[in-house]
Design a protein around this ligand. Structure first.
Ligand code: ADP
Ligand code: MG
Length: 246
């Protein structure tokens, strides 16, 4: 696939929870190596949108294509698809009974069917990449929140995803740990990873995002470059959002 081809195409996607329309005809595109910061007030549909991209939620109408695969088509193997999309949750969701190393290695062993030795070798490299080689033998309960989240990122990376999706990766962290997790995401961006990150960290957005998407009531109401978003937001709600998040 050419570097210019879109990696994610969201085409006229609508979704309901019962009679509540959580996504209203959303369309957007993410190109290779782009970092999208997705922001908006609580309840605007951010989590739902990124969950539909990785087939964690069905859609009612429209189409989502990730790396050439029609995510919601009948014949698509959702499990296989999700391997190509790294998803990092607000709550780290590590396996509590497995060491940091085994949390990273488990997918390599069970899904990629690698030998224990090879899975551990790769997992050590992944932990090194998130600055945690010295924590390989630790259990999740003995790691700080920031460290647990970095292990979760290493685990997502183990499947060599084409795309990484982050849902408020630093919202559950003590303030002093936010920076170390954002640094890992920033490093991924520098390596050319394609990402959508839901976050309220506006300094990170300004520094790392290629595009900022602002959601309101199930719609993306503003898509702008960070400079434009912060200095000259077009939509009245975007102006209010920026003012309350500075
Ligand atoms: P955000 O991530 O922007 O805070 P969400 O995508 O989580 O927003 O939720 C958008 C809206 O959809 C909210 O009003 C929420 O209450 C509702 N919602 C989310 N998940 C469900 C669900 N499983 N069933 C019913 N309503 C839901
Ligand atoms: Mg959310």
């Amino acid at each position: 696939m050419s570097a210019l081809a879109p990696v994610i195409r969201i085409e006229s996607v609508s979704k309901n929870f019962g009679s509540f329309e959580v996504l209203k005809n959303v369309s957007s595109t993410v190109h290779a190596s782009e970092v999208i910061v997705l922001c908006g007030l609580s309840g605007s549909g951010k989590s739902t949108l990124i969950r539909t991209i990785s087939a964690l939620e069905p859609i009612r109408e429209g189409k989502i294509i990730v790396d050439g695969v029609d995510v919601h088509a009948r014949g698509t193997d959702a499990n296989l698809l999700r391997r190509g999309i790294g998803f990092v949750f607000q709550s780290f969701n590590l396996f509590p009974h497995l060491s940091a190393l085994d949390n990273v290695a488990i997918g390599l062993r069970r899904l990629m069917k690698l030998s224990k030795g090879e899975a551990h070798r790769r997992s050590h490299l992944l932990l090194e990449r998130v600055g945690l080689s010295h924590r390989a033998a630790y259990m999740p309960a003995d790691l700080s929140g920031g460290e647990q989240q970095r292990v979760a990122i290493a685990r997502a990376l183990s499947m060599q995803p084409k795309v990484m999706l982050f849902d408020e990766p630093t919202s559950a962290l003590d303030p002093e740990m936010v920076g170390e997790v954002l640094k890992v995401i920033k490093d991924l961006s520098a390596e050319g990873m394609t990402m959508i990150c839901v976050t309220h960290e506006m300094n990170f957005a300004r520094e790392v995002a290629d595009w900022i998407w602002l959601m309101e009531a199930g719609e993306i109401i503003e898509k702008a470059r960070p400079a434009e978003f912060f200095e000259n937001p077009q939509h009245a709600s975007a102006r209010r959002f920026v003012q309350s998040h500075l």
